[in-house]
Design a protein around this ligand. Structure first.
Ligand code: AQP
Length: 326
């Protein structure tokens, strides 16, 4: 068996929040110790599927790269680059697009949620095909993502399987890696909706760049449920359950132990402790972010793109031969 590879991407569409950190980015860092190769990408082409300002995109992709380095993606161990700088992603997306059924793409929940009629475009529709190409161009075996991406990963496996059956065995079918706790962190203002960077309320999410005061304020104002018991029960107490998941992730302590300790004392004491745990957990990330030098970030990303292009081109040589365009 060859080297075991991980691939994942993140959109530079806004400030990263604890949802994407807990659901995905934390795993990106841990997987550097568990897989032979880890490949991470700032997926700026995906970010163009919603209305945006070019200057804003330019700034955000750089900030995103800087934040990935700050959370612990190590450029000496992981390949890190901007998607747009490796054109083979788009070439493979076209080929996979010819194998993708319209019905299946129309059933994608994220497409249905995001594509309100006024803003619909081909990019949003084809988004999961480009995502499949991102993963398959590196022949990745595993993809660490939050729960919201499992349907797209299913499509990726279908496309890989269809390609292999039609043109010959080329792509591994990648597995999804989601964390047991925190695969779906919910909004602080509406614990029935996932925490998301496109939520109009900034109080709904904790940003990785938030300072201690902002974090405390947001946690203390988080919607909790009626009563005052700290109970882990997603049906009856989604707000408290969401905070318990965050508490567990940031302290490394099991949820039942936290429930035992905070079952008396009310929501005030509980929320104070959750806020402290998040503040403490994010402090090193914020410090690393502030310490990074812009020129260093630019240099890391240029180096990553060069390596990624070479690797993607090696994959595409065989793919082109298989599909008959050489
Ligand atoms: N709330 C969440 N809980 C767990 N995981 C999450 N992820 C995002 N939100 C949560 C995971 O983070 C990774 C990066 O996601 P992305 O930025 O590429 O895309 P996204 O899912 O579109 O992020 P948002 O914040 O939810 O933005 P909008 O509102 O635009 O949809 C992915 O692995 C995702 O699963």
């Amino acid at each position: 068996m060859g080297p075991r590879r991980v691939f994942s991407g993140i959109q530079p569409t806004g400030d990263f929040h604890v949802g994407s950190y807990v659901g995905a980015l934390r795993n990106w860092v841990a997987l550097q110790d568990q897989f032979d190769e880890t490949i991470y990408c700032v997926v700026d082409l995906h970010a163009m599927t919603v209305p945006y300002d070019p200057a804003d995109l330019r700034a955000r992709r750089h900030e995103s790269a800087r934040m990935l380095l700050a959370v612990g993606v190590d450029p000496d161990r992981s390949l890190l680059y901007y998607q747009s700088e490796v054109p083979q992603h788009v070439e493979l997306a076209w080929i996979l697009g010819t194998l993708a059924g319209l019905g299946q793409l129309e059933r994608m929940t994220q497409f249905k949620e995001k594509a309100d009629r006024a803003k619909q475009n081909l990019g949003i529709f084809a988004y999961p095909v480009l995502q499949a190409a991102d993963i398959l161009v590196h022949k990745a075996h595993a993809v660490p993502v939050g729960d919201d991406q499992s349907q797209h990963l299913e499509l990726t496996r279908d496309l890989a399987h269809r390609f292999n059956s039609r043109f010959g065995e080329e792509f591994p079918l990648p597995e999804t890696i989601t964390p047991e706790i925190g695969s779906r962190i919910m909004s602080l203002t509406d614990p029935t909706a996932k925490m998301s960077k496109s939520d109009p309320s900034p109080r709904s999410r904790i940003l990785l760049k938030d300072g201690p005061d902002e974090i405390s304020k947001k946690v203390k104002a988080a919607v909790t449920d009626t009563g005052s018991d700290v109970v882990y029960d997603w049906e009856a107490k989604p707000g408290v359950s969401n905070l318990l998941e965050l508490f567990s992730v940031f302290t490394g302590r099991p949820i039942p132990e936290l429930v035992d300790e905070y079952s008396v004392g009310g929501y005030g004491v509980f929320k104070g402790a959750v806020a402290d745990a998040i503040v403490e957990g994010l402090a090193p990330v914020r410090e690393a972010y502030d310490a990074l030098d812009d020129a260093e970030v630019t240099e890391v990303m240029a180096r990553g793109a060069g390596t990624a292009r070479d690797r993607a081109e090696t994959s595409m040589k065989t793919v082109r031969e298989r599909v008959g365009i050489v």
